[in-house]
Ligand binder design. Sequence first.
Ligand SMILES: O=C(O)c1ccccc1N[C@@H]1O[C@H](COP(=O)(O)O)[C@@H](O)[C@H]1O
Length: 215
Amino acid sequence: MSAAVRVKICGVNSPVALDAAASAGADMLGFVFFPPSPRALTPADAAALGALDTGGAERVGLFVDPDDDAIEAVLAALPLDVIQLHGGETPERCAAVRARFGLPVMKALGVSSPSDLDALAAYAPAVDRFLLDAKPPAGAELPGGNAAAFDWSLVAGRAVPRPWLLAGGLTPDNVARALAETGAPGVDVSSGVEKARGVKDPALVRAFVAAAKGN
Ligand SMILES: O=C(O)c1ccccc1N[C@@H]1O[C@H](COP(=O)(O)O)[C@@H](O)[C@H]1O
């Protein structure tokens, strides 16, 4: 029997969203600390959410090319279990973040061609997990969270040297197919469970987790 699919709901920015994801059985809750995002939290917002029960889900802090002070300010407000780096961080920077904060690092890599996966080998010693996402479409303001999917055949059956999540354009309607076609051990979603940009829809969150876990 294959291991249970791990599900991350990203862009949790309200008590309603947190409760929806936690009660649906999400394994990871993503908190965005990138001010241009409509899902962004300030450390003060995060402190309020940090008081709420995650139902055992890991708290993942999403940063884009952060300096150490930015991570420190968040950690003072909200204990994190994982640091997601979603910018142009080098393997050396990922290793430095991991060493400085003593937390697992999940590195997001954009995928649009087979050669993008060559970077996995260079990052593997420096990180604990990968997130394979679409590259931002031309003109996008955000490096992720754009509801854009990539060609899943690029990662189908691929040996990824760390536990990983598939992301980009996933929805309750396509996540089972994405898992079947790629063999990904986990998935990450933001836009596909929103009723408006930056606003999670509890019904879509529940539907996504159920579809991903085969319930
Ligand atoms: O969600 C955001 O606002 C965001 C901002 C900056 C970098 C990454 C971001 N989100 C990540 O992108 C994936 C895919 O999003 P989507 O489901 O296609 O909307 C998401 O899971 C986050 O990890």
